[in-house]
Design a protein. Structure first.
Lengths: 506, 144
């Protein structure tokens, strides 16, 4: 049926003076927006298919194409915005669940933008990271309640046996993105970049493809409710195992990789028939309580001979502090918390935009709760969900995180333009697709280099910010909320964040 | 010598290599002018071959045992001091022997149709235009 009420969101404009009919745009658009008409010797554009991914504008050699928001304005209405009306039209056409890719785009208050960092002036010296050592090394994992030593043959020997730790050269890891939701080239690039930068990438729930195996020591392997690709070898090959309970973009619901994306390679890696939908149930069907979670954590620890830390990843929801505490009591070595701005390959729009809470508040609540219980040392906290810059990372560490997961930022570094159409499988940038014509657009060598550059840049910036605060190790900033102040926040927000308002001194 | 290598697995078939080859050898050196006003006077020396999902850019391989040099009846096709195979259009008589023997199909008639035209590795640049402008590094220029 013709979608006659749904008008194009974008308007593709072609400057006739600049267009040379070279047809690069025609060959690059997977949505068939651009068509070459031989009779007229001209390229025409059908805006109704445009998703605003900028592939054509980026590759056009003459800059002839511009993509603009369509000039079609609805009558101004504070309640019934254009996106609300469009969604209703779309839903009235097909009666389906509205889908979206990537994270919550609703413009809820972003607390990182309301937090400011401290710097040293006069009374304490700032540090120049280019001239003095600056430590970003981070260890994730359970820390002992006490450390005991004994003197043996005149040497001090540590008696306490340490639990396994992940060693990060900077407190940033790549968050879980499954092979299937993203292309193999993207998975390989993330794994290689993590290995080169001394940090970790995450397989997501899609298992590990054999071409990622050489970088397995830099991978966290995920066990999610679908249990795709999980074998004893899989659990043992990575640096750590993550049990995924929830995802910030869609707390409380499972996953659905459409059969079209399950080609021979994905099928082999996920261990499911080719072309079949990969359904991850909403809950783990063997986890209905903290006690059940404990069983799975220890089953995995047994399977990995207590050599690998076990992460539990939960979505940031209202009771996140108590849930995180339960996870730590259940034996999680690292708790990953995913805020509602976290990305996804596909989520029902209503859930993505309306379920969960921001990572800033969740992180502060969890850190506070674990400290109050006196168990903060028993697990590291990894914050996730919409980290955009090194400043966000530094603020998260000051708020109580041990490290941060990034995914959307990493995808953008590889070329993603946030068009939010991941679920269509027609990603023009070769990232969220399995179409062989599209996946080859992402050269993993180029993508790896870009990811490494991103991490190197962030690492320099984090060091500069630490130096400015007069701190020479990231350890000294962790949970140090005195280095944060809020701007324009209410008393309730400041209380949850555990920080003072800007202008209030020590 | 440095050669251009194509990596089929990363070629997008966008044909920007063809466009930038034309621009590089144009008088104006501007994309719009070259593609619009000078196109009839220029022939690209690189061509993207496509079949199904496979595509890659082909240009003169500058073969070590170049058959075109042996076949040239006028002595126009010769190896320059750098090792590249170059066609001297002042000598070329347009017999097309080179076109017939080229194993890569990389030699074409020039736009005038009177002499042979082929890749010169952008002799005046450090990196050939097709390699420099490939958005996915599907063309690389290295020793080989």
């Amino acid at each position: 049926m013709r979608k006659w009420l749904v008008q194009p969101e974008f308007s593709v404009e072609r400057n006739a003076l600049l267009c040379t009919q070279c047809q690069v745009c025609v060959r690059q658009c997977a949505n068939d927006v651009h068509v070459f008409d031989e009779r007229d010797n001209a390229v025409f554009s059908d805006s109704s298919h445009c998703v605003g991914c900028h592939r054509c504008t980026t590759l056009c050699p003459t800059g002839a194409i511009s993509v603009k928001r369509t000039a079609l304005e609805f009558r101004e209405n504070a309640n019934w915005s254009a996106s609300v009306i469009r969604n209703l039209y779309r839903q009235a056409e097909d009666g389906g669940v509205l889908l979206s890719g990537m994270g919550n785009d609703r413009g809820w208050r972003n607390y990182w933008d309301r937090l400011v960092l401290n710097a040293s002036q006069v009374t304490n010296p700032s540090i120049d990271p280019l001239r003095e050592p600056m430590e970003l090394t981070t260890y994730l994992g359970r820390k002992p309640d006490r450390v005991e030593f004994e003197r043996r043959d005149g040497k001090m020997i540590m008696k306490t046996r340490l639990d396994p730790q992940l060693k990060l050269d900077l407190p940033v890891m790549f968050s879980a993105m499954s092979y299937g939701s993203i292309s193999l080239n993207a998975s390989v690039a993330l794994a290689r970049a993590a290995a080169a930068a001394g940090t970790f990438a995450n397989t997501g729930e899609g298992g590990m493809h054999k071409s990622v195996l050489p970088n397995a020591p830099s991978m966290i392997v995920q066990v999610a409710s679908g249990r795709f690709g999980v074998t004893p070898e899989y659990l043992k090959c990575g640096a750590a195992v993550e049990i995924k309970i929830g995802q910030g973009a869609k707390p409380g619901i499972g996953g659905h990789l459409p059969g079209e994306k399950v080609d021979a390679q994905v099928s082999e890696t996920r261990m499911i028939p080719e072309g079949s939908d990969a359904i991850s149930p909403a809950p783990h069907h063997d986890i209905y309580s903290i006690e059940d979670l404990k069983q799975l954590i220890f089953a995995i620890k047994e399977a990995t001979e207590y050599m690998k830390p076990v992460l539990v990843k939960i979505a940031a929801v209202h009771n996140v502090a108590a849930i995180a505490s339960g996870c730590v009591h259940a034996g999680a070595d690292i708790v990953a918390i995913d805020g509602f701005r976290g990305g996804t390959g596909a989520a029902p729009t209503m859930i993505r935009d309306n379920v969960g809470i921001p990572i800033e508040l969740a992180l502060a609540a969890v850190d506070t709760r674990l400290r109050e219980e006196g168990i903060r040392n028993r697990a590291s906290i990894v914050a996730a969900g919409g980290f955009r810059s090194s400043a966000d990372v530094v603020k998260a560490i000051a708020l109580g995180a041990d490290a941060v997961y990034i995914a959307t930022a990493a995808l953008i570094a590889m070329g993603c333009h946030l068009c939010q159409k991941c679920y269509t499988g027609k990603c023009n940038w070769g990232i969220a697709t399995q179409d062989p014509l599209l996946t080859k657009r992402l050269n993993p060598e180029v993508a790896t280099r870009r990811l490494e550059n991103l991490l190197r840049g962030w690492s320099h910036e984090i060091k500069e910010m630490l130096g400015g605060m007069g701190i020479n190790a990231i350890e000294s900033l962790r949970g140090n909320r005195e280095h944060l102040r809020g701007i324009g926040l209410s008393d309730a927000e400041l209380r949850v964040l555990g920080i003072k308002h800007a202008g209030v001194g020590a | 010598m440095k050669r251009i290598f194509a990596r089929e697995e990363y070629c997008l078939a966008c044909r920007l290599c063809e466009i930038h080859c034309i621009v590089k050898h144009s008088k104006s050196k501007r994309v719009v002018s070259a593609m619009r006003d000078e196109k009839d006077t220029l022939v690209q020396s690189v061509r993207v071959e496509e079949q199904g999902r496979s595509s890659f850019a082909v240009q003169c391989r500058h073969c070590k045992d170049a058959p075109c040099i042996d076949a040239c009846i006028a002595g126009a096709m010769a190896r320059d001091p750098g090792g590249a195979v170059a066609c001297n259009s002042d000598r070329c008589v347009g017999c097309w022997s080179c076109i017939m023997v080229c194993p890569a199909g990389a030699i074409t008639k020039s736009a005038t149709g009177k002499v042979a035209s082929k890749c010169d590795l952008c002799a005046d640049s450090a990196v050939p235009a097709c390699v420099e402008n490939c958005p996915n590094e599907a063309l690389i220029y290295e020793e080989g």
